[in-house]
Design a protein around this ligand. Structure first.
Ligand SMILES: Cc1cc2nc3c(=O)[nH]c(=O)nc-3n(C[C@H](O)[C@H](O)[C@H](O)COP(=O)(O)OP(=O)(O)OC[C@H]3O[C@@H](n4cnc5c(N)ncnc54)[C@H](O)[C@@H]3O)c2cc1C
Length: 427
């Protein structure tokens, strides 16, 4: 898809009115979806506040990737294409190994890393850097209550003073707090897919250089990966099949105990290194592999975006989906001049099938990464050896991009890269 670049003129005999200049929007969550929406809304002239529970922008998380035309176009329109490429991981091959570390199958880079891959924390930083001058970020706070009337939403916070907004956006992830307040308990929306995933950093014991090694036994898998060529640091990923577990999401020590139990006695020669790292891990990510399915994405003046509305742990395209949907939500708001009664259903109509299609691909993440039996491990490896062959790799790549590309993007802004906020500031 080609892009038209519009230069911002230096004089404006007739200044275009920013379509959202009258709008005060609160976004909950400053990871990916939240700051991406803030970028667009502020360009359309809205006053945007982002509230984030963490005391500062959250670092960490594994690499996230973008694949196919739609992701590419949105990154370009956001103006972050070059920056994302500058900070990309350049991840190479990922190899499935035997217990004695003998190589069994090489997975092509595009399967796990898409067209361009970046650490989630780096992407979050880029989006924050691009918006912090014109968006108010409030860290270390959380919405306590939402009370809506016909003119707006009264919001109270755990710490800050109460405020009133026109619209509230829940971009606070799979376990969205905004969704709980406006739509009801998570148990109504979270579909558990029978697996758990964990990730943490360790020293680069295996001397990996932008490669990964993956070892599977029935129902459990360990991955060592080095995405950025850092000679000191690697990531460990653990995936295991399980019944639904009861644990405290904020209790890291309890989660470490669960993982230590689930991963005892692995035959891989490097498994011990991973488990040593677990004991010391300060940055443990642990979650069920699950998906969010809501009946509708908005409730009055509150709308869900990203993982909060159609999230899926793992599977590769949640981040791209979040960016695409942020573009659409902001675009529909701008097109309706901020009328949420028009914009929210239009946003939902545009992205519902797309987001569902992207979720579907992630439904296989658990069984792909940790097949439940030796036989299934062998057939996974055979299938991927065949698909990665020189003859089928092109077709295979297309298949991996299909869901992410299955949307015709509208051209919302008459000037996609133009910044209404700065236009309005001109004397
Ligand atoms: C630290 C971290 C590590 C991650 N690691 C991985 C990973 O290794 N693999 C993977 O597949 N996905 C990971 N993810 C999820 C991935 O980022 C998302 O799937 C995707 O980028 C969509 O992003 P999102 O902005 O919708 O949600 P998320 O990235 O989940 O962001 C939600 C944000 O909301 C904030 N938040 C939560 N509750 C509140 C509240 N009450 N008030 C205000 N803010 C709140 C969170 O702190 C977070 O910053 C991780 C997310 C985070 C935050």
């Amino acid at each position: 898809m080609t892009e038209t670049t519009h230069k911002t003129p230096t004089t404006h005999p007739i200044r275009p009115a920013a379509p959202l200049a009258h709008l005060d929007v609160l976004i909950s969550g400053a990871s990916v979806a939240g700051p991406a929406l803030a970028l667009w809304l502020s360009r359309y002239g809205a006053r945007v506040t982002v509230v984030e529970k963490a005391p500062a922008l959250r670092e960490g998380g594994f690499a996230v990737d973008f694949r196919g035309d739609v992701h590419r176009t949105v990154l370009r329109r956001m103006g972050i294409w070059d920056e994302v490429h500058r900070r990309q991981t350049h991840m190479g091959r990922q190899t499935i190994v035997e217990a004695d570390d003998k190589e069994r199958v090489d997975l092509p880079a595009f399967l796990m890393s898409g067209d361009v891959e970046i650490f989630r924390g780096d992407l979050s930083k880029i989006l924050h850097e691009r918006t912090r001058d014109r968006v108010e970020y409030v860290f270390g706070d959380s919405i306590a209550s939402l009370t809506e009337d016909s003119e707006g939403v009264d919001v109270t916070f755990d710490h800050g003073a109460p405020r009133r907004f026109d619209l509230v956006v829940g971009a606070d992830g799979l376990h969205s707090h905004t969704r709980r307040l406006a739509f009801g308990d998570e148990s109504r929306y979270l579909r558990f897919l029978g697996y758990y995933v964990a990730g943490f950093d360790v020293p680069n014991h295996l001397g990996l250089d932008r490669t990964a090694r993956i070892y599977s036994e029935p129902g459990r898998t360990v991955m060592f990966s080095n995405y950025d060529g850092d000679p000191e640091r690697a990531g460990v990923g653990l995936v295991f099949r399980s019944e639904r577990l009861t644990y405290d999401r904020h209790d890291r020590e309890q989660q470490k105990k669960i993982l230590a139990e689930k991963f005892t006695g692995l035959a891989w020669k490097h498994a011990g290194r991973a488990m040593e790292g677990l004991e010391r891990a300060e940055d443990l990510y642990f979650d069920a592999i699950a998906q969010i399915h809501v009946d509708r994405l908005s409730q009055g003046r509150v709308v869900l975006l990203g993982d909060a509305g159609y999230g899926a742990t793992m599977g590769g395209i949640g981040t791209g989906t979040a960016l695409v949907c942020a573009y659409v939500l902001a675009g529909e708001l701008a097109a309706s001049r901020g009328d949420h009664r028009v914009a929210f259903p239009a946003y939902e109509a545009e992205i519902r099938d797309y987001a569902k299609g992207c979720q579907k691909t992630s439904g296989n993440a658990g069984p792909f990464l940790a097949p439940p039996s030796e036989k299934k491990i062998r057939s996974r490896d055979r299938a991927y050896r065949m698909l990665s062959s020189r003859f089928l790799a092109g077709l295979f790549k297309k298949l991996t991009e299909r869901a992410a590309s299955d949307l015709t993007l509208k051209d919302y802004a008459p000037r996609p890269l133009e910044d209404y906020a700065s236009l309005n500031r001109q004397p």
